[in-house]
Write a protein that binds this ligand. Structure first.
Ligand code: ADP
Ligand code: ADP
Length: 227
């Protein structure tokens, strides 16, 4: 479980991006942060893996204050997926996915086997494993990004607008595949989007942010839909 406990982030220029955020991201569920651009969603997400440090309050992971954990150790347990998949351009698809297992000391053969298994799980044809990212469509690249984030089997996934740059049809299929994968894997997922439909489709719970980095409400998607 991820706990935001009165978390505030004021950037050096005085911008208050997040203002007294308190909520829980339950284990094994998808919690979606939704709201207009600039309302503090990305900043909140990045305080979980210490890409951003809070200026007030605490972020806890299973009860442990993340500020007490070295970022590299912390990030081993946290997969991270962003909008432009952020793949290494000079590595093949399989090498991209195998990067983290290799860093963890897995031998080449085992890391490749893991990469191929994950690529299949995210719905990518194995024939694409030895291509380079630029040879793939945007949707395929995002699948690789998800596979790479899952490579070391982290219990937590941070997903920051992972499907926002692909067309609506591909996007819908990526959403369905994430739900299918999640039914199997039961990760603790914090998913950021500015799209309320996406939030309702994916979220077990939806946290609606408003401008100024405040939480407007936190609810089950059915209840948001009912309004
Ligand atoms: P969102 O993800 O909801 O679009 P962000 O967390 O990216 O929101 O940004 C929240 C606010 O903080 C915005 O006003 C943004 O301009 C500001 N901000 C984000 N990063 C920085 C930074 N490094 N320095 C100063 N202000 C920032
Ligand atoms: P996105 O909305 O796709 O998250 P942004 O354009 O808001 O991207 O931010 C891109 C980068 O610039 C991020 O690393 C963010 O932290 C930083 N940033 C955003 N707003 C500001 C700001 N007002 N001052 C300084 N850095 C900022």
């Amino acid at each position: 479980m991820i706990t935001f406990d009165g978390v505030t982030k004021r950037y050096a220029d005085g911008t208050v991006a997040v203002d007294g955020l308190s909520l829980e991201v339950p284990t094994g569920e998808i919690t979606v942060f939704v709201g207009p651009s600039g309302c503090g969603k990305t900043t909140s997400l990045r305080m979980v893996n210490r890409m951003v440090e809070p200026t007030g309050g605490r972020v806890l992971l299973d009860g442990v204050d993340v500020s007490a954990v070295d970022p590299p150790a912390l990030r081993r347990g946290i997969g991270y997926v962003i909008q432009q998949a952020g793949l290494f351009p000079h590595r093949t698809v399989a090498e991209n996915v195998a990067t983290v297992p290799r860093l963890l000391g897995w031998d080449r053969r085992r890391a490749r086997a893991r990469a191929l298994e994950l690529l299949e799980r995210v719905g990518l044809e194995t024939a694409l494993a030895d291509r380079y990212p630029f040879q793939l469509s945007g949707g395929q690249q995002q699948r690789v990004g998800v596979a790479r984030a899952l490579a070391a089997d982290p219990p937590v996934l941070l997903m920051d607008e992972p499907f926002s740059a692909v067309d609506p049809v591909v996007r819908a299929s990526l959403q369905q595949e994430l739900l299918r994968l999640q039914a199997e894997l039961r990760k603790t997922i914090l998913f950021v989007t500015h799209d309320i439909d996406e939030a309702i489709t994916l979220g077990d719970r939806v946290a609606v942010f408003r401008t100024g980095g405040r939480l407007a409400r936190l609810d089950a998607p059915e209840r948001l839909l009912a309004e």
